[in-house]
Write a protein that binds this ligand. Sequence first.
Ligand code: SF4
Length: 200
Amino acid sequence: MKVDRRQFIKISAGAIGAAVAADIAGLGVDMSAAQEQAAKVPMKTGRQTPSLCPYCSVGCAQIVMTNDAGRIIDIQGNPDSPLSEGTLCPKGAATYQLVMNDLRWTKVKYRAPGSDHWEDRSLEWAMNRTAELVKQTRDAHFNEFQELPDGKGGMKKKRVMNTYAVASLGGATIDNEWNYAHQKLMHGLGIVYVENQARI
Ligand code: SF4
């Protein structure tokens, strides 16, 4: 029997649902009403664009469905992925709400030192302010030389050209190219504390 991707999703969902139902039934919980309701939820169809979940470094694959107007109508797990095989955790399964959400903040929120409230600022203002503070802090705490062990039990003044006053914490979804450019920028500024959210 030839199974297309859409049928595969339905079969997988049914198999997982049956397994979960069997487990929960063992606890004496009747899931029949929830299963009946879930069966009524129609699968949305549209143009399919492969993508990746933006939330964590596992990198589960997704399919983004768009309608004729290019508007996102659904985001599902991609069964073609050898990594995630069509599954998404609850967070990844809610990715649609990350994009299509009237309650989502779309402005930069800024709270000035000592202030008790947040102010809306433009992204351009936030980028400029960040660059200004990085430059200021880096210049004020830049080490051209440092006393370091000389390997013979003593200390020796060595040229280091670095700063320990600024750190960079990257996100798990930054790709290879961005990571490469980011490392170049950070090391060019002398910043040595460069870490990634996925490792902490
Ligand atoms: S679906 Fe969940 S586990 Fe997979 S990448 Fe997204 S957040 Fe991570």
